[in-house]
Write a protein that binds this ligand. Structure first.
Ligand code: TXA
Ligand code: MG
Length: 328
């Protein structure tokens, strides 16, 4: 049985107790729901990989209540301090080298000598993290290879019965995962587009390199091409709808679709990001009964948070490996 907890004082206290005991608790953040475990507890971290069917080579993000606690676990550069000051709490994850005194389970960083850190900008997440008093490792609370959950109901559908509890903090505002920025070397590198725009980061620290490793390399394993694949394949940049397609609209919908989800009828990118995963789930659930086999996605401008939206749609349109674990 998975307990449903309200984000009341008692609910947060109960969630913190469970986490301290080594249990798995999903919780709301401003990006997507995370599946939390005490990051210093090897068996709790191992249980996260089992609950999600996540390949062991894909490391987890560690969540902290504030920047000072987070940066104490890594080797900090001046750039890291500036970025942390400007964007935390918020939808940004920094990858830095582990400090020698770092107590995070090696399993959480999948044996890498680096650590991904994040200070979420969500009140419920932050009071939970304060009460746990230890870093919390939390990947998105979905089964591996599926789209991230943005409501407690999505988490229940993905992981109900596999985890101790879900702390319901309502629907997530940002709706796409955090931006992942590698600051391990002189040249900052973008490992994943997300809730903090690359434009804002570049305004602060200058040019950021795009990830240029081999496809499916394990530099940031979540970059596997089909990592965010929903059930139905997605055709991007659609300018008309074919008769076997559902429509993921942006702005005025294209005519002729029997099933439509509009990300934002005003063409607002933030609204579109916050509705993206719920929209993909909705189309996925309703398409089969209508004989639809594909999602036609209308073009979304590729700037600001639109980059993260296009990145997730690109993954949903990529050819899928039969099983994620079979990737190199
Ligand atoms: O918004 C988010 O980031 C959400 C919420 C729950 O915080 N979490 C999330 O976690 O999206 P997950 O596990 O689904 O994605 C984490 C990404 C993966 O692409 C993973 O490979 C990458 O971060 N990552 C984690 N540790 C890393 C490391 N040491 N070096 C490079 N990439 C790392
Ligand atoms: Mg994920």
């Amino acid at each position: 049985m998975t307990e449903s907890l309200h984000a009341s004082r008692d609910g947060i206290r109960r969630a913190a107790t469970l986490l301290r005991e080594g249990a798995l608790v999903a919780f709301a953040t401003e990006t997507v729901y995370g599946l939390g475990a005490d990051a210093t507890n090897d068996s709790a971290v191992a249980a996260v990989f089992v609950a999600k069917d996540r390949p062991r080579f894909n490391p987890l993000i560690c969540h902290y209540p504030d920047a000072n606690t987070a940066l104490a676990d890594v080797v900090v550069s001046a750039a890291a301090r500036r970025v942390a000051e400007a964007f935390w709490p918020g939808p940004l994850t920094l990858v830095l080298r582990r400090a020698s005194r770092c107590s995070i389970s090696l399993l959480a960083s999948a044996g890498l000598d680096t650590l991904a850190l994040r200070v979420p900008g969500h009140d419920v997440a932050r009071s939970l993290l304060q009460q746990v008093g230890r870093p919390v490792a939390a990947p998105s609370a979905n089964r591996s290879g599926r789209v991230s959950p943005t409501t407690a109901q999505h988490v229940q559908a993905e992981l109900g019965g596999r985890i101790a509890a879900i702390l319901d903090g309502g629907p997530c505002d940002v709706g796409v995962e955090s931006t992942v920025l590698d600051l391990c070397s002189e040249q900052p590198k973008l490992l994943r587009a997300g809730g903090t725009t690359i434009e804002a980061i570049e305004n602060l620290i200058g040019p950021v390199a795009s990830y240029s490793g081999a496809p499916n390399s394990i530099r940031s394993p979540g970059m596997l091409a089909s990592h965010y694949a929903p059930g139905l394949p997605v055709r991007m940049g659609a300018t008309e709808v074919e008769k076997d397609e559902a429509l993921l609209a942006f702005g005025s919908p294209l005519p002729g679709a029997s099933l439509v989800f509009n990300l934002s009828d005003q063409g607002d990118l933030s609204e579109a990001a916050s509705r993206l995963f719920a929209g993909l789930r909705m189309l996925d659930q309703n398409a089969p009964a209508l004989g639809l086999i594909r999602v036609a996605a209308m073009p979304v401008p590729d700037h600001g948070i639109g980059r993260a939206i296009n990145d997730r749609l690109r993954r949903a349109s990529a050819p899928r490996p039969l099983k994620e674990d079979s990737c190199p």
